[in-house]
Design a protein around this ligand. Sequence first.
Ligand code: PLP
Length: 380
Amino acid sequence: MSALFGNYARRPVQIVKGLGTEVWDENGKTYLDFTSGIAVLSLGHANPILVDTIKKQSELLWHTSNLFESKLQEQLAEKLVKDTHLAHAFFCNSGTEANEAAIKLARKHTGKHKIITCLHSFHGRTFGAMSATGQEKVHSGFGPIVEKFEYIPYNDAESLLSTVDDETAAIMLEVVQGEGGVHVITPEFAEAIQKVCEEKDILCIVDEVQTGIGRSGTAYAYMQTALKPDIVTLAKGLAGGFPIGAMLGTAKLYDSFGPGTHGSTFGGNPLAVSVATTVVNEIFNKEFLQNVKKKSQYLTEKLVKALPSSVEVRGMGLLQGITCENSTKIVDAAEKNGLLLVAAGDKVVRILPPLTVSYEEIDDAVTILQASIPVTSSLK
Ligand code: PLP
């Protein structure tokens, strides 16, 4: 029996090396990694500029704690809020922690407790973020969840309006529900959220843990919608594979997050922050983001051409999903054929290449995917 707990359904592949979009297993077999470690390796595996950054920082300073001032954190915070309406950042170590911070800040700032989230959302595994997650299977077996979360169907403006009341502190949502099956927000839902938040002084929290830092083709995915969030949470791609999380917020929230309200020993660690700064320097420029959009268009057009017409291709940027009868079967077959993919539930396969993926790699991945879909299966 393994010395590890069995909380992950691990695939029987041991990845030992990666470079760019490619990885190698312990037997020397090569795969195209279109999982990016679930939307994490934004600049690919072992990117030389990130290797260089971490080497240099590791020889300088690993850790100081938040007892002391940090120019590195200040600089990263400035870069993350630049060209947005947001003003401040708090650093932590993961997506779930970023969402915990957001939930605490929303309650503290408004003095209210109810937070509306969406069915099929995913916000993390710690108690607050798990409670925010609108999936019964994620709550199951853990006893009472955190009170005052109410779930509405995604993209259902009517349910939103009938659920909002005077007790509502915030609405929290993803612009694309990644884990929940790659569902993209509709313009009408985004407009309704923004309107009700402004009218009723409710905070809007956008969870960009999966969609943020260029994955959508813009710095943040909310920028392609009517949403103007008060709080944005980040993690995954932010440091391209080094653990980090962040919560961004508007200026009006500053006083509600004073000394002693929240914290993290490792949050904003110099290694993580220096790597994240390099990632952000690379991604937050017009040309890079334009290329993500171009590659996204190329990928989706190729997928639509290559796959049966019954398959729906949907998503934003380089977070795409294809619908199918059995996602595990397709992930299994693609893996055998040298392409790593990740399921989003039973009926959707997610396609998440590094943002640095080449057009040739997209061609190869689509060819492998096409060969991995059983011709006879009724896809829809
Ligand atoms: N929020 C979203 C939208 C996510 O996709 C995830 C992870 O998949 C999380 C939060 C949780 O992030 P982490 O696993 O870093 O805690």
